[in-house]
Ligand binder design. Structure first.
Ligand SMILES: Cc1cc2nc3c(=O)[nH]c(=O)nc-3n(C[C@H](O)[C@H](O)[C@H](O)COP(=O)(O)OP(=O)(O)OC[C@H]3O[C@@H](n4cnc5c(N)ncnc54)[C@H](O)[C@@H]3O)c2cc1C
Length: 441
């Protein structure tokens, strides 16, 4: 198929077409960007990082301006077509796909508009790498960053955005000062905790179903110059969890995560990853930071703050190089209640081995005080501390049923987690089904 720029929508066949109009065709709004039905664009929009779910849209709209977004939203509403925003496509369960509808590509709307000591205003298609690059040049940083920086601002604000600083600052959605949102009727609203607060609450962690975030004003805090990282090893899950809880209570580190790792014998061991940021002449006090922890196992590394934020870059380059970054990623992410964490994690991990995790698979496990997570659409367990538990699997092509078995185990794990009071994170598309905010009804 050749590249195709659609000019009309055939309301009888419900497809976008490029031809002299026939009865039943309606002209598309004039856009600065394009409405594409090119094979390559539809294939792009049907794929995400997960490579598990694939739904082709009817068209891809490459938006070049806010006006384009409003015009296409209005057109889609008039013709009952779903519009799903998409940026970096790092979803793993088709969250940015639009079966029978339009995928709205926001990647070209990525300008950094304004930066001050304590805030930055950016287009939602900007990546966090762009935000950090601009803010560090200004001596400031977003308080919470995801482990990977090549995610869009709109993409993570539409799911939550958790990281090792969430135990201090909550989700990225908790650190937004103001949003410009184009709602499905094509109008633009500025919303914040004090203006159109119900829209502000609906779009944060709203999976793009309540409107398109076009611009975000994000909170910044002073950036440190350096980071000292500490990696501690545990044989017992109980000990890791006890130390993580204590560190969260004391807010001892600036960053706190953890992992479960399979050793060569196939047994699970555990890592606590913590970091302390500093700007000389201040220095980290290792004795205080490592008190009552298994300090003899500590791997201690000093980096610049930027290298710390960009710490996954080398691993990702390696995975890309061997083709593993492009393989299917049947990921599942959960928020677990503290009162059931140990049995949920232990039972789940007892069912996972190297083949069912994948060679480059990773298991994340870290706590966040519930009170720090203040985004209403983020579904949380009821306990005062919740744990992010992520099975970040990578499926090989051989054996051919590997992917299906991983997906099946994710389903069983989700049933176990939800019946124990846990919630899913990043996959809750159904829970975010369209429900317009009251102020817009
Ligand atoms: C390697 C990797 C590392 C990750 N690390 C973390 C992590 O540390 N912490 C964490 O919390 N998450 C993490 N994630 C998950 C990630 O935050 C989400 O998948 C996020 O949605 C990806 O952003 P994106 O730009 O790729 O969004 P897309 O996949 O393009 O879209 C995701 C969702 O957001 C919606 N959306 C996108 N842009 C907009 C917009 N402007 N307005 C409204 N809705 C919009 C889409 O419709 C869709 O529902 C990671 C994912 C990967 C692949």
């Amino acid at each position: 198929m050749t590249n195709r720029k659609a000019t009309h929508f055939d309301t009888t066949q419900r497809r976008f077409v490029d031809r002299p109009p026939k009865p039943g065709d309606v002209a598309l709004p004039v856009l600065e960007g394009i409405v594409s039905t090119a094979e390559a664009d539809l294939a792009w929009a049907a794929e995400d990082f997960g490579r598990v779910v694939r739904h082709r849209p009817l068209a891809v709209v490459r938006a070049a301006s806010r006006r384009d977004i409003g015009a296409i939203q209005r057109f889609a509403r008039d013709h009952d077509l779903p519009v799903v925003p998409r940026a970096q496509g790092h979803s793993t369960q088709g969250q940015a796909q639009a079966p029978g509808g339009i995928v709205l590509d926001l990647n070209h709307l990525n300008t950094i508009h304004h930066i001050a000591d304590d805030l930055i205003t950016v287009d939602a298609g900007a990546t966090w790498r762009q935000v950090v690059t601009a803010s560090l040049a200004h001596g400031a940083t977003p308080p919470v960053l995801t482990d990977h920086l090549d995610l869009s601002v709109g993409g993570t604000l539409s799911v939550g955005g958790l990281g090792g600083a969430s135990h201090h600052h909550g989700a990225q959605t908790d650190n937004v000062l103001e949003l410009d949102v184009i709602t499905p009727d094509g109008t633009t609203h500025t919303c914040s905790p004090t203006q159109h607060a119900d829209l502000f609450d609906a779009v944060r962690a709203g999976y793009g179903r309540h409107g398109v975030i076009v611009q975000a004003t994000l909170r910044l805090i002073p950036a440190p110059a350096h980071t000292r990282t500490y990696r501690l090893r545990y044989h017992r899950l109980t000990d890791l969890l006890a130390d993580q809880r204590r560190l969260v209570d004391q807010q001892r580190f600036d960053y706190l995560e953890g992992q479960a790792k399979l050793d060569d014998s196939g047994a699970w061991t555990y890592l606590l990853d913590a970091a302390h940021h500093f700007t000389p002449p201040a220095r980290p006090d290792d004795t205080r930071l490592l008190a009552e922890l298994p300090a003899r196992t500590a791997e201690v590394t000093d980096t610049t703050y930027w290298d710390f934020l960009n710490r996954l870059a080398d691993d990702i380059a390696l995975l890309r190089g061997i083709g593993a970054w492009q393989s299917p990623h049947p990921w599942s992410n959960f928020l677990l209640p503290d009162d059931r964490i140990e049995d949920l994690v232990a039972t789940t991990l007892s069912e996972v081995d190297r083949p069912s995790l994948g060679d480059s698979g990773v298991v994340l496990l870290y706590p966040i005080p519930r009170g720090k997570l203040r985004t209403p659409q983020l579904h949380l367990p009821a306990t005062p501390t919740v744990f992010l538990f992520s099975l970040l699997r990578a499926a090989p092509t051989d054996p051919p049923d590997a992917l299906g078995r991983m997906v099946e185990h994710n389903g069983r794990t989700e049933a176990r987690v939800t019946s124990a009071g846990g919630t899913t994170y990043l996959g809750d598309v159904q829970a975010a089904a369209p429900k317009p905010p009251a102020s817009l009804l």
